[in-house]
Design a binder for this molecule. Structure first.
Ligand code: SIN
Length: 500
């Protein structure tokens, strides 16, 4: 392994290589890659890059561990998951510190992500005991129709850098609860959080091979194993729509079940009759969480003409109060973006919007804090045809559009191939129903911007993906339905026997 130029952060949860079959793979002789802190480009740690052969070993391990894991009772699996949950909660500070160091988000947000990640494990541990089947009235008297649900088998997953803990537990917890075994390739930008989760899974007593984590610079080659190996029954992905489409095609050859949580283009509609302060507060949360780097972040703010100017005034005031800085500084609201490339992409989108006629009301230039920082920005007079309104921004930029009527707002909101999250603010109950039903989105926040939690089905429609994560629907995605037909039930018995 190469050595870091900068002394690594000291944290007992820092691990140096992938976790396969209950152990850390031997990293001697493997290529290593540096995990950089986006706030200052220092090296947090160096991690060995797993090879495609290591990915095959991880699938071997998951395949071998499957029979005994799925044979455990739901209660036994739930008990182990609860131990894992508690260890994550007990190690909250260390996990959050690592998360901020490699991902950049403010420490307070990192702590909430630890809680959020742990909440999926707790929720699915409880739900593991409620995998109910069904009996169906039979069309023939000599038959009985019974439905049972069984684990899909080995599950593979590829997870992103924006929620390095929660996007893993949101997949692993229902998989393990259902009786599946699991192999995840974590993002190479944020491998340390994933490896820390693996350490705690081991400490919790999750058996070898049940939960495996691969970290690698050979993303494509390792990913290829996870979407093509015929022993894998289900593949789950969170990431961009473009990559999701490629992966989805690859899973087709072995007809895997898939869950795809892809990109969004969330509209945030503010009607004339909204509580404007409540809407501004909701927008700040939905837009600037994780510096705008979530799939459910507001992408387009549609404001009705009657309140347009007042809304903008209040919004700019709120945005100008945001503190930008390193995630571990106490006052920071907005940390760095994940890398310099992301900053350039966001900046290009803003410049292009201004060239096309949008007005810059706040922010909008490269930050002097470092190459990964971008200031929170506000653009008004944005129009639907502009790239900034059509593409996912994935940065701390609010693009505000104007509309006149409810019908126009719905048409603008739905004019996209994405369909993940939408938000709207109004005090009119009839409008709440009309607009909720008309929006072509998997999730709708009504006078509410914090929509993510383990009890709710997270997922999108159209090109934002398929399947749901969280909730009882999220568990179903890791279960196969098996129909049992019990036949030959004799009806003709002697009258002396039939005394009922
Ligand atoms: C995501 O950005 O993919 C997840 C966001 C969330 O869970 O709220």
């Amino acid at each position: 392994m190469k050595c870091c130029r900068v002394k690594p952060v000291s944290n007992r949860l820092i691990k140096k290589s992938s976790y396969v079959n209950g152990d850390w793979i031997n990293y001697e002789g493997l290529n290593a890659f540096a995990v950089l802190n986006p706030a200052n480009q220092s090296c947090v740690a160096e991690v060995a890059s797993a090879s495609p052969a290591d990915a095959v070993l991880a699938v071997d391990a998951a395949d071998q561990a499957l029979p005994s894991w799925r044979a455990k009772t739901a209660k036994q699996r739930a008990e182990l998951l609860m131990v894992w949950f508690k260890l994550i909660v007990n190690n909250r500070d260390q996990l959050a510190e690592l998360l901020t160091a490699e991902q950049g988000k403010p420490l307070a947000e990192a702590k909430s992500e630890v809680d959020y990640a742990a909440s999926y494990i707790e929720w699915f541990a409880e739900e593991a005991k409620r995998v109910y089947g069904d009996t169906i009235p039979s069309p023939a008297n000599d038959k009985r129709v019974i439905v049972i649900k069984q684990a899909v088998g080995v599950v593979s997953a590829i997870t992103p850098w924006n929620f390095p803990l929660a996007m893993i537990t949101r997949k692993a917890a229902p998989a393990l609860a259902a009786g599946c075994t699991f192999v995840v390739k974590a993002s190479e930008e944020t491998p340390l959080s994933a490896l820390a989760l693996a350490e705690l899974a081991g400490e919790a007593g999750i058996p070898a091979g049940v939960f495996n984590v691969l970290v690698s610079e050979q993303s494509v080659e390792v990913g290829e194993v996870l979407v093509t190996d015929p022993r894998i029954g289900k593949f789950s992905f969170t990431g961009s729509t473009a990559v999701g489409k490629i992966l989805l095609k690859k899973t087709a050859d072995t007809v895997k079940k898939t869950s795809m949580e892809l990109g969004g283009n969330a509209p945030f509609i503010v009607f004339d009759d909204a509580d404007i302060d409540q809407a501004v507060a909701g927008l700040m949360l939905s837009k600037y969480r994780n510096a705008g780097q979530t799939c459910v972040c507001t992408n387009r703010v549609l404001v009705q003409a009657g309140i347009y100017d007042t809304f903008l005034e209040k919004l700019v005031l709120a945005v100008n109060k945001l503190e930008v800085g390193a995630g571990d500084a106490a006052q920071t609201d907005i940390g760095p973006l994940i890398n310099a490339k992301a900053v350039k992409t966001v900046n290009r989108k803003v410049e292009q919007a201004v060239e096309q006629g949008a007005k810059l009301l706040s922010g909008g230039s490269m930050s002097s804090l470092g190459e990964c920082f971008y200031p929170p920005s506000v653009l008004s007079e944005v129009e639907s045809h502009m790239a900034i309104a059509q593409e996912e921004i994935f940065g701390p930029v609010t693009a505000v559009l104007r509309f006149e009527t409810e019908g126009e707002a719905i048409a603008m909101a739905n004019a996209t191939r994405a369909g993940l999250a939408a938000y709207f603010y109004t005090q009119n109950l009839s409008r709440i129903w009309r607009v909720s039903e008309a929006l072509e989105y998997g999730m709708v926040g009504i006078n509410e911007a914090a929509i993510s939690n383990p009890a709710a089905p997270f997922g999108g429609v159209k090109e934002s993906g398929m399947g749901r994560e969280g909730s009882k629907y999220g568990l179903d995605d890791y279960l196969e339905i098996k129909y049992l037909c019990l036949g030959g039930i004799e009806q003709n018995i002697s009258s002396s026997e039939r005394q009922y």
